[in-house]
Design a protein around this ligand. Structure first.
Ligand code: NAP
Length: 293
């Protein structure tokens, strides 16, 4: 790799490939790996996304050539799969199997090992990705994340415009701070002896919250009386389509809102991996007020 790594990287530092590196979670992982002295390579479709502290390579997760180039010399890979079907993942899996790095896969806490069928398309894709990685003999470390607190960024324009946040409702779960998921991911990415185990590690926050609870806590952080208004599925669908969201994504979100069950599950897996307890959504809100003003 060129000498664009973090300040303490050395030729003996592990080389880590991060997919989804420009995203809410990926950005946090890249920053932490650089501080820890890892050599970091990031895969992005965006030209001009490069930032200091890592090597940036252009490519799509569905492009086997790009994935092959990105994997050269890599010890461990943080894999996300943001697509709504697992079918195009076969090329990625084949490249991973050929290069044989350690694989950390970011899945969903909504995956239900006991269910004959997963609740909705997004969860189904994560369950299929876990199975594909296992079946390819990659022995992935699986992180099953709860809803990321950073999803609340999607409400910023509504919060700036008024006191009501509306959208499809989602069953309550233990929303997790993406910085906690990043700490857990970094711990397993750097765990070259596998001491932390393959999981699935179920990463949750400490408190079960619905949309209304999240919006109320965001309001408290901003010193405002914000409230959430749940839209019926038909109205939520037409609003999201009018906002320009792709139809398959809109259908997947509506299905999640209608079918994903509530979860009261709160785990200590962030603490087990990261060495400190997970933070609350209220703390996340207090630390991100500037993004909502
Ligand atoms: N958000 C949640 O509540 C949640 C919960 C559990 C699991 N997850 C998983 O976590 C992942 C990351 O979440 P996030 O909130 O950080 O996502 P995000 O902010 O929406 O970022 C999405 C990332 O995916 C990358 N990407 C999208 N399509 C790609 C493609 N075809 N090839 C290569 N890269 C592609 C984007 O990179 P470029 O645009 O730079 O190419 C971007 O870095 C999700 O995709 C999901 O699978 C999320």
């Amino acid at each position: 790799m060129p000498d664009t790594e973090g300040p303490t990287a050395s030729p003996h530092s592990p080389s880590i490939l991060v997919t989804g590196a420009t995203g809410n979670l990926g950005r946090e992982i890249v920053a932490r790996l650089a501080v820890r002295g890892a050599r970091v390579r990031c895969l992005t479709r965006e030209r001009g996304a490069a930032r200091p502290g890592a090597e940036w390579v252009a490519g799509d997760l569905t492009d086997p050539g790009a994935v092959r180039r990105a994997l050269v010399g890599i010890d461990a890979v943080f894999v996300i799969w943001p697509l709504l079907t697992s079918a195009p993942a076969h090329a990625l899996i084949a490249e991973l199997a050929a290069a044989a790095p350690r694989v950390v896969y970011l899945s969903s806490s909504a995956v239900d090992d006991e269910a004959a069928e997963q609740s909705d398309p997004i969860v189904r894709v994560h369950a299929e990705m876990e199975a594909l990685l296992h079946d390819a003999g990659l022995r992935p470390v699986v992180l099953r994340s709860d809803t990321l607190a950073s999803n609340a960024r999607g409400w910023a324009s509504q919060v700036r415009a008024g006191d009501v946040v509306s959208g499809p409702d989602m069953a309550p779960t233990a929303v997790v701070d993406e910085r906690d998921v990043a700490d857990a991911a970094v711990a397993v990415l750097l765990d070259d002896r596998g001491r932390l185990g393959a999981g699935p590690h179920v990463l949750t926050g400490p408190e079960v919250l619905g949309r209304a609870g999240q919006v109320a806590r965001l309001g408290a952080a901003l010193g405002r009386d914000l409230r959430f208004v749940a839209l019926a599925p038909g109205l939520a669908r037409s609003r999201m389509l009018a906002d320009g969201r792709p139809e398959p994504l809109v259908e997947a979100l509506v299905a999640a809102s209608e079918r994903r069950p509530a979860s009261r599950r709160v785990t200590d897996h962030v603490e087990r991996l990261a060495g400190r307890p997970a933070g609350t959504f209220a703390r996340w809100a207090l630390e991100h007020t500037a993004e909502f003003r």
